[in-house]
Design a protein around this ligand. Sequence first.
Ligand code: HEC
Length: 138
Amino acid sequence: MNDARWTPRTLQGEQAPGLSSRARRSVALCILLVFFSACDVQRRKSDAELGLTPQQSAGRRLYDQHCDRCHEAYSARDKKGRSLQGVFKKQFLPQSGMPANDERVSEMVFTGRNMMPGFGQVMSQEQIQDLLAYLHTL
Ligand code: HEC
């Protein structure tokens, strides 16, 4: 009685299409996942891929630790603070309109301004220099 299920006809005619459509669905799902992970969440590039010097890498670690929660480095999106993508490529800082130079930016990092905390107590002058070296790569 149960043997009827295992005839070649049912395997080919009924079970096989069921399996392959399920397989097709999972392939489609995989493609979608790859598609979305590639578009939505950009893979983080390594220091080597970015061609960072040791000083810039040290600055990047400081950035990740202290700045990343409020400032995007690799997208134009604003968080609590404005994006810092290409911060030194422009003549003026986007929010304050101050000149985009080492002096103003290190002062901003050292003392802070309005909702931006200062890091003068947290980072040494050398660390701020490392951070600036990294910001120049954005
Ligand atoms: C708690 C969130 C926060 C953190 C953390 C933070 N910032 Fe800011 N940042 C801000 C805000 C808000 C402003 C705008 C300040 C103002 O009103 O001018 C700002 C302004 C700036 C500006 C000037 C932008 C402009 O257009 O005038 C720079 C440069 C900057 N931040 C760099 C940094 C760096 C580098 C770090 C890490 C050491 C950092 N920030 C950490 C919130 C933050």
